[in-house]
Write a protein that binds this ligand. Structure first.
Ligand code: MV4
Length: 595
């Protein structure tokens, strides 16, 4: 087994992985961006190395910086978590070239599954059916029309290099074909740099059922069980459960064996998830995720297995510690993703900021995997997953009630979270009866009664809560006679003297002054346009002097990878613009004035 593992990730998954490493006696190495210097995963790791930078591209996606941390720490393996480099074949190659193990599949398998057309072909080689469709790129709209006439409308046009729901268009008739194909190609080119698209029959009310598989380097491959992830919104999963409700045992077994065939067909090793659409008793291969998934704990809960431990054993070259017949599933598990988003009115607005209070639920069969603790800041630069709440019950109904109880116990203050939406989902008759599908949250669930969470106070530094922004002080220290240069990150409390060096002035970017009223979206007071959340202005859509109507988009605010239009709350003339592209703003900041 490895002696030291570097975790190339942050937040809850970095914490999750390092806990198993500790149980296995493996030393843990954290890496961190400048914003994460005091993050939970850094506090919990045995050692931590700075990557520099704030954005993901500058830090957790900086191959050179991570390679440097691997070399400095002497880590023997890298666990990529999910997101970031987890499905990046070039990164896997770069670290294995240095003799360091990648805790994940071979790069060739990542590449086969990264292209949805070659993934369909791999499934076909394994004898597994995808949704009826074509496994070649469309050359022109006539081919799309011919497909629709043969298989029936509607048709899904999908980007070969897409993912997470981007680059998919639904075509209802031959008349829409040309425009839809062009739009799918344009979106795919913009997002992924490749514009190949292919058609599939569109399934209107499917459930999303995915199968966990494991394969080792000795030729063994097994399936552990499925998860149902149908409760989602805009391709962001909200609730996952295992087993999938009302899935007949013979279908489960067939799906498990199909998933193992797909894994074998692409030379898969380590943990993987094969996604299926399930409708009217049939299941169809959709894609394969070549990483550990966010929702893996529900499978852990019903199988009693530690999936990260198994990943590490496989990466170290050991055979699977169990065979197919050793896998037992018991009871039912549900997971809620606690995101920093305000679900008021079904809008799910990003809600970064400082968590002023976090009290985790506890009690029977209740697991809380958090990436943050009270006092930690959820940055607009990373994803919005704060924690995962997982419960187990003897059956689905016991688990459902236990989850509602645990959600009641959970206390989060300072940021808005998805908890009100989870309560609405878990207590709805449709979810209780498991008649929901992938479109149910968006099209049927009524979230209009979910009230806005009071806006978090603006940035902590400006609020005088005792947490001044931190600044760097370089200090020389001697440890057992050896001289070290140490960077201290200390609160900037004005001119102080540290080790004989006078401090420089306050750091940090200037921000527009906050409005007296912290309106939650739109306009405050007499034509003052405020932003409802912390983020970065990426576009300004008007000029001083422009006449605007109510609802006219004024600027675009990016927070947590989502763009939000800031619209005029009153009609009038733009008299003042206080931001430009790149401006950092906080909740309640005035960005423009309309007179
Ligand atoms: C589909 C589909 C219906 N028919 N393909 C969306 C994300 C991408 N991974 C595949 N997706 C879908 N593909 C056919 N032929 C419906 C979806 C879909 C979906 C799938 C899984 C989970 C949530 C979803 C939400 C909307 C659409």
């Amino acid at each position: 087994m490895f002696r030291k593992v570097l975790i190339a990730n942050r937040g809850e998954i970095a914490v999750r992985v390092l806990r198993t490493c500790r149980e296995l006696g493996i030393a843990t190495v954290a890496v961190y961006s400048e914003l994460d210097r005091d993050a939970l995963h850094v506090r919990l790791a045995d050692e931590a190395w700075a990557l520099g930078g704030s954005t993901a591209a500058e830090s957790y996606l900086n191959t050179e910086a991570i390679l440097e941390a691997i070399r400095s720490s002497g880590a023997e393996a890298v666990h990529p978590g999910y997101g970031f480099f987890s499905e990046n074949a070039d990164f896997a190659r770069a670290i294995t070239a240095e003799g360091v193990a990648f805790v994940g599949p071979p790069p060739e398998a990542i590449e086969v599954m990264g292209d949805k057309i070659s993934a369909r072909k791999a499934a076909e080689r394994g004898g597994v059916a995808g949704v009826p469709g074509r496994s070649e790129p469309l050359q022109n709209p006539d081919e799309l029309v011919a497909f629709g006439e043969e298989f029936g409308w509607p048709v899904a046009v999908k980007a070969a290099y897409g993912g997470g729901g981007r680059g998919m268009k639904v075509v209802n008739s031959a008349a829409e074909a040309a425009a839809a194909m062009e739009s799918a190609q344009r979106e795919a080119k913009g997002a992924f740099g490749r514009d190949e698209v292919y058609p599939e029959r569109y399934l209107a009310w499917p459930r999303h059922v995915e199968m966990q598989v494991f394969a080792d380097t000795h030729g063994n491959a097994v399936w552990l069980g499925e998860r149902d992830c149908s409760a989602q919104r805009r391709h962001q999963k909200l609730v996952e459960e295992a087993p999938a409700p009302a899935l007949p045992d013979d279908i489960r077994t067939a799906m498990g064996e199909a998933a193992v065939s797909v894994a074998r067909a692409c030379g898969y090793v380590n943990a993987g998830t094969v996604e299926f659409l399930f409708q009217d008793g049939d299941f169809f291969f959709l894609e394969m995720n070549t990483r550990l998934q966010v929702e893996h704990p529900v499978t852990e809960a019903i199988t009693g297995m530690d999936l990260v431990a198994e990943q590490l054993r496989i990466a170290a070259g050991q055979p699977l510690s169990f065979g197919q017949d050793d896998v037992e599933r018991r009871g039912h598990a549900i997971e809620c993703r606690i995101n920093a988003e305000d679900p008021a009115g079904g809008r799910f607005l990003p809600s970064p900021g400082k968590i002023t209070k976090l009290v985790a639920p506890d009690g029977p069969f209740t697991r809380f995997d958090a990436g943050y603790a009270s006092g930690d800041e959820v940055s607009q630069y990373y994803d919005n997953l704060v924690a995962k709440l997982v419960v187990w019950g003897q059956d689905r109904e016991e688990a459902r009630k236990r989850m509602l109880r645990a959600l009641e116990e959970l206390e989060v203050e300072g940021i808005a979270t998805t908890v009100p939406a989870h309560k609405a989902i878990l207590s709805s008759p449709e979810f209780a009866a498991a008649t929901h599908s992938t479109k149910w949250v968006e099209e049927r669930l009524d979230l209009s009664g979910v009230a806005a969470t009071p806006a978090a106070p603006a940035g902590p530094a400006e609020e005088g809560d005792g947490q001044a922004p931190r600044v760097r002080r370089d200090v020389d220290v001697e440890v057992n006679g050896r001289r070290y240069s140490v960077a201290l990150w200390v609160p900037d409390v004005g001119p102080v003297v540290v080790a004989g060096t006078a401090a420089a002035g306050a750091g940090g970017r200037p921000r527009p002054k906050a409005a007296a009223s912290s309106a939650h979206g739109g306009a405050a007071g007499a034509g003052q346009v405020t932003v409802p959340m912390q983020g970065t202005i990426v576009k300004v859509l008007v000029k001083v002097g422009d006449a605007v109507e109510v609802g006219r988009p004024l600027c675009v605010l990016e927070a947590m990878k989502m763009e939000n239009n800031i619209e005029a709350g009153t009609a009038g003339t733009v008299s003042d613009i206080r931001v430009e592209p790149g401006s950092a703003v906080g909740a309640g900041d005035v960005v423009m004035v309309i007179e």
